[in-house]
Design a protein around this ligand. Structure first.
Ligand code: SAH
Length: 359
């Protein structure tokens, strides 16, 4: 069955024409789905009933909101959605001064197996369709009634392991007749699938590429990230140089600081040396403890020291501001908790106390 919400406007037009419909009907259906964010064909009120009936042969992807956790500190909202096949995924809304940012998942589970990450613990279940990625943004905008201006593909999953659907998602999200979010306001985060970074560079998109680096050398990186056995840091940095040359977009390096593992002065110096020639920005993230893992987050003075060393070497650095600290747990933990303990989760949801799990 055609996933109608994953089609570009050109593809939808061909489909409608092949059904004997006028091309302008495609534009109407498309804007109902991608601009007005309706959740049923019945809401497409300017279509003849006969067309709505014909369309109903195609399932319309709409995520079901299972739960939302609301931070009382900063208004961050963490959503748990159910897909039509019963899989569950997480998305997060963060409210910043410059606008609302949504962090979406690109896969149910993940096969990259980074040691400090909760998302990979159960392995990859499947990649998400473009429509399932889009609908995370759409349902959150609908739920809050507030415009989403930034999207980060930094939730569960490796986006470059779902490359075709990711591109489709970006094109529909940023193209005409949809939410028309600026490409500059989209960030895609990858653990570093080098050949795909080269492919992405050729697309000449204006999105920001974030690279999960987490270590200054291959030996240390292999301890933390199995993907480092496949691609060396040198190959990865070369791909970043090419990406910058082709797109003019500054690379972001993410570096999760794990106490006593990758947060020492020598590591900061080594990192600075390796990326000094790159037009980049480093985002330091004190690692979020995951209950299944033993890693501890770096102490604040160590984080500051790491930052100062990079800065002295002329590198642009920020320490990621923690959002929703009261509802957090690391990325992917809400989903894990749901999968592990459906019963407890349900009971809590029924309590619906003070906004937490309330909807
Ligand atoms: N697969 C992609 C995107 C998802 S992870 C990637 O690897 O970039 C988003 C970011 O969160 C990555 O930088 C990831 O390494 C980091 N991350 C995962 N678990 C974390 C944890 N427990 N604490 C801090 N950062 C974590």
């Amino acid at each position: 069955m055609e996933d109608i919400k994953s089609l570009t406007i050109e593809e939808l037009t061909s489909l409608m024409v092949s059904m004997g419909e006028k091309p302008f009907r495609a534009r109407q259906v498309y804007s109902w789905m991608h601009k007005h964010l309706v959740s049923s064909y019945d809401q497409m009120s300017n279509l003849p009933k006969s067309l709505r009936e014909k369309l109903s042969a195609w399932p319309l992807t709409v995520l079901e909101k299972l739960a939302v956790q609301v931070s009382s500190l900063d208004g961050t909202r963490k959503y748990l959605f159910r897909l039509s096949d019963g899989n569950v995924i997480e998305s997060v809304l963060m409210r910043y001064q410059h606008g609302n940012s949504v962090c979406i998942s690109s896969q149910a589970g993940c096969r990259m197996g980074c040691r400090f990450c909760a998302s990979g613990i159960g392995g990859l279940v499947r990649s998400l369709t473009a429509s399932e990625m889009l609908d995370q943004v759409y349902r959150i905008q609908e739920d809050t009634g507030e415009r989403v201006s930034n999207v980060v593909v930094m939730g569960t999953g490796e986006p470059l392991d779902n490359y075709e659907n990711l591109l489709r998602f970006i094109r529909i999200l940023t193209g005409p007749e949809g939410l028309t979010i600026s490409q500059r306001n989209i960030t895609v985060s990858t653990c570093g699938l080098v050949p795909k970074i080269h492919d992405l560079a050729e697309e000449k998109l204006a999105i920001t590429l974030a690279i999960s680096l987490h270590a200054p050398n291959d030996e240390k990186r292999r301890e933390l990230m199995p993907v480092a056995n496949k691609y060396s840091i040198e190959e990865l940095l070369d791909a970043c140089r090419v990406y910058f040359e082709k797109t003019g977009r500054r690379i972001t390096f993410e570096y999760s600081l794990v106490s006593g593992v990758n947060d020492r002065e020598a590591e900061a110096r080594e990192l600075a040396g390796r990326i000094a020639d790159l037009n980049c920005h480093v985002n330091l993230i004190p690692v979020n403890p995951v209950k299944e893992r033993t890693y501890r987050r770096s102490l604040r003075p160590d984080v500051e020291k790491f930052k100062n060393i990079l800065e002295k070497c002329g590198i642009n650095v920020t320490i990621r501001r923690e959002m929703g600290a009261d509802i957090d747990g690391a990325c992917g933990q809400l989903r894990r908790r749901y999968l592990e303990d459906d019963e407890i989760f349900r009971a809590e949801r029924e309590k619906q106390h003070e906004g937490i799990f309330g909807y």
